[in-house]
Design a protein around this ligand. Structure first.
Ligand SMILES: NC(=O)c1ccc[n+]([C@@H]2O[C@H](COP(=O)([O-])OP(=O)(O)OC[C@H]3O[C@@H](n4cnc5c(N)ncnc54)[C@H](OP(=O)(O)O)[C@@H]3O)[C@@H](O)[C@H]2O)c1
Length: 294
């Protein structure tokens, strides 16, 4: 028997707990076209074929590339496919990330996503908060002003649910209380558990917690779940892959967690979606809980 359930919910819709994150589909550095366009389209089509009904994307992945690939691969979309995007950033010609945090920019970001994905409503949109260290001198926009714009967009029917991303506990609590958010997207994995307080708050409030970097990300400077000796040992014992162990640990960790692992490869996609075949015992979980990231 699996140590977790497979059905979750997001923005009032039932979704499988393992979805797909589209950030690895554009070229290196999340910039420009994919190395192999047909392979990127194949990943998206295979994901839906295997039951993925929740895809996370952003206009600024590429920029424009991820949404364009999703549209080409999957439009007209299956009725049960929940497309979730995010607003709050933009890219320059060199691929650098810049804030797009004002209410007008958030609105323009939602409109861009509606246009490029060719939908009348987005399943959910995360307000991707930027904090002083990544604002490059730009003013911090008050959270309440941003949430007011997101609520207006929801009232207008352009987005079904509001999420918040890269947000500390106080901001998440404010967003739950004032905007009725449906999801939080912060970094959390076996190698980075620093967001445990936010996860606990989401779990208590019935808000979906959708961790980014569930495998430690593609960024070379960050630790990788699949490289952890304990993860590898548990995987070898269970005849599973290290990625499956890392994802199963997240699914077992808290029922509010929904996964959006990112990959540019059909083989890795199939590997990740087969996490449902894996059972982690109480002893496996305790061993993984106790492992200090290498
Ligand atoms: N809200 C935000 O600010 C924010 C930030 C970052 C990401 N996100 C979202 O969260 C999603 C997940 O994060 P992420 O894609 O950055 O990182 P991730 O899912 O933690 O890891 C992606 C990396 O893991 C590799 N990988 C995937 N499956 C694997 C497997 N079975 N075995 C070995 N390696 C595997 C990928 O390489 P291959 O391509 O070779 O498979 C890629 O290098 C993103 O796709 C994006 O939608 C949101």
């Amino acid at each position: 028997m699996a140590s977790f359930t497979f059905a979750g919910s997001l923005a009032g819709r039932s979704v499988a707990r393992v979805g797909f994150g589209a950030m690895q589909l554009p070229g290196p550095g999340v910039l420009g076209p994919p190395r192999d366009r047909d392979a990127a389209l194949a990943v998206l089509r295979r994901a839906v074929e295997l039951g993925v009904d929740h895809i996370d994307t952003a206009q600024f992945y590429g920029p424009d590339v991820a949404n364009e690939l999703i549209h080409e691969a999957l439009h007209p979309y299956p009725d049960d496919l929940l497309l979730v995007s995010k607003v709050g950033a933009k890219r320059d010609a060199d691929g650098a990330w810049h804030p797009a945090q004002t209410p007008a920019e958030l609105r323009a970001g939602v409109e861009d996503n509606l246009r490029t994905l060719d939908v009348e409503q987005l399943g959910a949109v995360n307000l991707r908060r930027m904090h002083e260290h990544d604002l490059s001198g730009a003013d911090v926009v008050p959270l309440e002003d941003q949430l007011a714009e997101m609520v207006a967009l929801r009232d207008e029917g352009k987005i079904a649910g509001i999420g918040i991303s890269t947000a500390p506990l106080a901001e998440v609590e404010a967003a739950i209380a004032t905007a009725g958010i449906v999801c939080v997207q912060n970094a959390f994995s076996l190698v980075d558990r620093s967001d445990a307080d936010v996860l606990a708050a989401c779990s208590a409030a019935g808000v979906a917690y959708v961790p980014y970097f569930p495998l430690g990300s593609a960024f070379p400077h960050l630790p990788k779940v699949v490289d952890q000796p304990t993860v590898q040992a548990v995987a070898a014992r269970l005849d599973a892959t290290p990625a499956q162990v890392g994802l199963a640990w997240l699914l077992s960790h808290d029922e509010s967690i929904l996964l959006i692992p990112g990959t540019s490869s059909v083989a890795h996609l199939e590997d990740n979606l087969a996490v449902g075949d894996l059972t982690l015992s109480a002893a496996d979980l305790a061993e993984l809980d106790a492992a200090t990231p290498a």
